[in-house]
Ligand binder design. Structure first.
Ligand SMILES: [Fe+2]
Length: 233
């Protein structure tokens, strides 16, 4: 499969692209999600560095208008994508700027302006976990929650290094909070309120950065993962 292959999740509205990324000695799947907005333009969530193949596919779908950095970790491809799509606005948390000097934001993801300018999305900040500073987006037209690191899950299709790490740390074929964040939830009550807000959305699926798309049972999976970390949802 070419590295630029988009997979349709919701026909004509949502696609995903997975690419390999090495992180802490394991090869993970890192996902870019493409959403076609009501005006026909595109929003890229966790933009990948653009390749010729990806650019061509995106051009066929619509103009790229938004590049979303959903937390302070998922910024790696954003500067290259911003250079490639100069008409797109980059939205993300200010905390990501400290981690990537090449990153420039047009808008803070915590700013209410984002919801005003892209009204089909509701921003749901995950409070209590400054380690990520993540904001999950709820896409109303397709009833889809778009997150990055709030949970992950490895499976048979993953690289052996990740399968090995996942078996040791408990996320092989199980939806879990990523191990590197488990001891970094200083305000569990705030995290619980945030996760509850996500659970209350009438979503049909949860898309995150490092797992297959979670459809049936996403609420149970998300709630159980956080309960295991002492977050009472
Ligand atoms: Fe991630």
């Amino acid at each position: 499969m070419p590295d630029s292959a988009l997979t349709a999740v919701v026909d004509d509205e949502i696609w995903t692209l997975d690419r390999p990324v090495w992180f802490s000695g394991v090869r993970m799947r890192a996902r870019t999600t493409v959403v076609r907005l009501d005006d026909g333009s595109l929003l890229l969530h966790t933009p990948a560095p653009p390749t010729d193949g990806l650019t061509e596919q995106l051009r066929a779908l619509g103009p790229v208008r938004w590049l979303v950095v959903p937390n302070c970790w998922h910024h790696l491809g954003a500067p290259a994508a911003a250079a490639h799509f100069p008409d797109a606005k980059v939205v993300g948390p200010a905390s990501a700027l400290n981690r990537n000097k090449a990153l420039k934001l047009h808008m803070d993801i915590h700013d209410a302006q984002f919801g005003e300018q892209v009204p089909e999305f509701e921003a749901l900040p995950l409070q209590g976990v400054p380690f990520w500073d993540e904001t999950v987006l709820y896409h109303r037209p397709t009833q889809t929650l778009l997150g990055a690191d709030i949970v992950l899950c490895a499976g048979a299709k993953d690289h052996w290094t990740l399968r090995y790490a996942a078996r040791i740390t408990g996320f092989y074929e199980r939806v879990r909070v990523p191990p590197d964040a488990r001891k970094k939830i200083p305000d569990k009550a705030a995290a619980a309120r945030s996760i509850r807000a996500m659970l209350e959305r009438p979503a049909q699926r949860l898309i995150v950065g490092h797992a297959d798309v979670i459809e049936e049972g996403w609420r149970d999976d998300l709630a159980q993962a956080w309960r295991l970390e002492g977050v009472k949802v």
